[in-house]
Design a protein around this ligand. Sequence first.
Ligand code: SGN
Ligand code: CA
Length: 538
Amino acid sequence: MATSRITRRRFIQELGVGAASLAVFPPLSSHRTTASRPNILFIMSDDHAYQAISCYGSKINRTPNIDRLAQEGVRFTRSFCTNSLCAPSRAVLLTGKYSHLNGVIDNVVAFDGTQETFPKILQRADYTTALFGKWHLKSDPTGFDYWNILPGQGDYYNPAFIEMGRKGQREGYVTDLITDDCLNWIRQQKSGKPFCALLHHKAPHRNWMPDGKHLSMYEGEDIPLPETFFDDYATRSDAARQQKMRIADRMAMGYDLKLDSDTTNGLPSPQALDDQWNMVFSRLNEEQKRVWREAYGPRNEAFRKSDLKGDALTKWKYERYIKDYLRCIASIDDNVGRVLDYFDQSGLVENTIVVYTSDQGSYLGEHGWFDKRFMYEESLRMPLIIRYPAEIRPRAADEMVLNLDFAPTFLDFAGASIPEDMQGESLRGVLKGTTPETWRRSIYYHYYEYPGSPFVKRHYGIRTERHKLMHFYYDIDAWELYDLQADPHELKNVYSDPRYGATVIELKGELERLRRQYKDTDEKKFLPSPKDPIRRNE
Ligand code: SGN
Ligand code: CA
């Protein structure tokens, strides 16, 4: 696999880093403002599923600015995360290592900031580095010359920020504020050094609070239900049946669905989340509250009068969820547009790598769900678009890539050496259209946050172009196999179908090979002891 990089690494080791960078890449001192040492702007949103991006074929919304980036860059159609959860995905992208090696297996563990990360290596290679927005790794950021982050999950309205260790609060909407900060910082960069900025949005994460100007977008429109909305999980293992993330019965009336307490028709709702709703709503100033009440008041009253039940009620919940989610994305897309416009005006386009991705995918009603975590396609996939006019031509790329690959990719473009123990592969060849013959044909996945809300069981698995094999473990021992060609929506588990017997044997062999390659052979290593309390995922 990716022999080209192994060869290059050996080459670097043999010659010594300084000599190798002279031989393989142009000398550092001359690339400050040339195409050989690009700036990097890494835009990442939180839970933005590919199903809600028009250049990925969205049936439910338009994202003209993200599409514009895709027209000018490479759009990956098979980009995946290794563990579909926020903090784990972020730790993987910083370190280029799987969760079991970087330590962040779930949203509970704090990131050990003393370990090697790509921003630290870029700093040593004379880059200026900065981080804006969602971080969620608990420990203070390391490897950044400047950082201004949201504490924890952050708030949509008038959010608190931590700027280089100092706490503060700002008036406004989170997606606009994070973008403002990042653009202001870029404008101030006058040192002549290349920069790497991580622009990490909170939106469109739960509880999906849109900004004032998008509150009525999609109102009066029907958003189609996904085909698998009424999945009955008939052929699956108990893992799919026992999760607690169904739109039908797990959404909070206030927090998720924005109903006032007198418009819920007495429908059951988790009290803790609705208390949280009162807290987040109380952050709005009087004018923001007025705009919200004006938009939601009449809709909530109509809901009260309709007295919906059964499937009609579930469909209403879906509509409320998806419209708020898409409204949050409208603001993300507008802000991506602001960044692209600034780059056009400032002449930074040619020599800046711009990435758009999301920490993982999300269910937008598929299988009846919201949230993520499972290795099924909707949450396994990450949208990924990379633009770099100086070196790459626009195309859609089908190669299987991982969030594990970001760190080596950025280091490769920066002309810095890639540590031997990083487990990802540089995407540089793929981006240039010269994919190595040996490029990976399967990917490995491992999810751990269980027991803990929303009760998606621990599992690991392998995906090839055609198949996906998963093993659920801990308080279950169950396998699922999907034939992605015959069954792209993963509705029919064929693990016990004798016609797939040879495939199961072959995939188990390949899965073992990947587990050894990535040094993840001990599934008991991260099991909580029976005395451990249920893990909270904040
Ligand atoms: C919060 C959400 C969950 C979500 C996790 C993790 N609940 O706990 O729905 O799965 O974050 O999301 S909420 O009521 O607090 O919104 S992640 O993207 O940060 O991993
Ligand atoms: Ca996320």
